[in-house]
Design a protein around this ligand. Structure first.
Ligand code: DOR
Length: 430
């Protein structure tokens, strides 16, 4: 059994209220000790002085594109991108081809992940067959096969009775319903946020109301069914306010936001064109500030990337024709550290909690901590490392990021999954 000693790091495990300089001892696949000056013999010693040692990061919202869109990403390349970004667990969305709307597809994802994956991969099942919003999937059998949540992703379920029924089953079985909130009658034909910039650029824009109407509807459905609604990629000030209101009422709601929604605005469309086209769209500075406040006060529970790879030839089609989406796995940690933590807007502990045990608890999985006798999924972060984003060097197959050329401070330097080093940029370890 392989033994690894990670020495002298700042061990940060928010779930267990640990934040101290100490050592971590790993035997085989599990964490076996945490403490100061552990002098156990080890097959490898990792010197972590000046580094932050956190639980392996968890991204509860990514698109791995397999099956069906392997030219954009595969389970192999998407999970390589994840470990490059410090993640050891990802939950993948149902909008593949075929859609993840049957137990066979859930099994396919599990098998591919076992054979090709570098991280744990948790499939999210579709609420309706083919994401068409009409016929429902066999929800129970999807959950029983191992889907961690149900969602129609960008094809928001417009039929409120279907949403009522899936929320009622959520109340019974406990799984979260992940909600991409978009009133399609209001977003048809739009390519960016509705506001000053869309008017200047002459592009059709979508209002904050298009997102907030669905957030409000589904908060009410959660209240009246007792189900667990998880609001994906919150992007508006009003959305944050609605979720705050719902939490105060005791509604079972959790929420996530993405780095692109709390670091940049719709002004980036003028600079980057379709690379800044995403659903929901980049909003205004007022929205960005409300999201950051929502993260800091706990209204927004988790940080997820919505890693959405698309090929360069597709993004080159221009604002009207290009698909929406931004990749995020390899820039999430440095964006969160540089833009939220280093600026004093979010405590480091809270940022790590939102990328580890909180998303794990939302999904009901046993990850995201450094508890003794649990899986040794560990991420090492160098908070002082300065690096320029260079998408040409990404592990992802895709390059659709508006952050190319940004200098960011604080990068993941090692990712360990069940005791095995999956990515390392640390030199001179024994
Ligand atoms: O911009 C987006 N792209 N938002 C989503 O929710 C879906 C994603 C995709 O699949 O490309």
């Amino acid at each position: 059994m392989k033994r690894t000693l990670i020495k002298n790091g700042r061990v940060l495990d928010p779930k267990n209220s640990i934040d101290k300089i100490c050592d971590l001892y790993i035997e085989g696949k599990n964490i076996s000790q945490i403490g100061k000056n552990l002098n156990f013999s080890a097959d490898q010693i990792i010197e972590a002085k000046d580094l932050i040692v956190t639980p392996g990061l968890v991204d509860m919202h990514v698109h791995l594109r397999e099956p069906g869109f392997e030219y954009k990403e595969t389970i192999e390349t998407g999970t390589k991108s994840a470990v490059a970004g410090g993640f050891t667990t990802v939950a993948c969305m149902a909008n593949t081809k075929p859609t993840i709307d049957s137990p066979d597809l859930v099994n396919f994802i599990h098998l591919q992940a076992k054979e090709q994956g570098s991280t744990n991969v948790l499939p999210i099942g579709a609420i309706t067959k083919g994401l068409e919003g009409k016929l429902i999937s066999d929800w129970k059998s999807l959950i029983e096969a191992g889907a961690v949540a149900l969602s129609d992703d960008g094809k928001t379920v417009m039929d409120s009775s279907i949403m009522w029924n899936v929320m009622a089953l959520s109340a019974e079985m406990g799984f979260p319903v992940i909600d991409h909130c978009e009133e399609h009658n209001l977003t048809k034909g739009t390519v960016m946020n509705l506001g000053k910039i869309s008017l200047e650029l002459g592009f059709p824009g979508q209002s904050n109301a298009a997102e907030e109407i669905i957030i409000a509807r589904d908060l009410l459905l959660a209240e009246q069914t007792g189900g667990h609604i998880h609001i994906a990629h919150v992007s508006t000030e009003g959305g944050v306010a609605l979720i705050r209101w719902a939490k105060q009422r005791g509604i079972r709601v959790t929420a996530e936001s993405c780095p692109h929604h709390f670091t940049i605005t719709d002004a980036e469309v003028a600079n980057h064109g379709a690379k800044a086209k995403v659903h929901p769209p980049l909003r205004t500075q007022k929205d960005v500030e409300a999201i950051i406040y929502g993260l800091s006060e706990g209204t927004i529970d988790a940080i997820a990337t919505d890693h959405a790879p698309h090929a360069t030839f597709e993004k080159d089609r221009g604002m009207h024709e290009a698909p929406a989406g931004i990749i995020g796995l390899e820039t999430s940690v440095p964006l969160v550290l540089t833009k939220l933590v280093n600026t004093g807007k979010l405590e480091l502990n809270d940022a790590i909690a939102k990328m580890t045990h909180i998303p794990s608890e939302i999904l009901g999985i046993d990850r995201g901590t450094l508890s003794v006798n649990t899986a040794a999924d560990v991420t090492l972060i160098d908070p002082k490392k300065l690096q320029i984003v260079d998408s040409a060097k990404f592990e992802s197959k895709s390059r659709n990021t508006p952050f190319d050329g940004w200098e960011l401070k604080g990068w993941p330097v090692m990712t360990m999954r069940e005791g095995e080093i999956m990515m390392s940029k640390i030199e001179n370890n024994k």
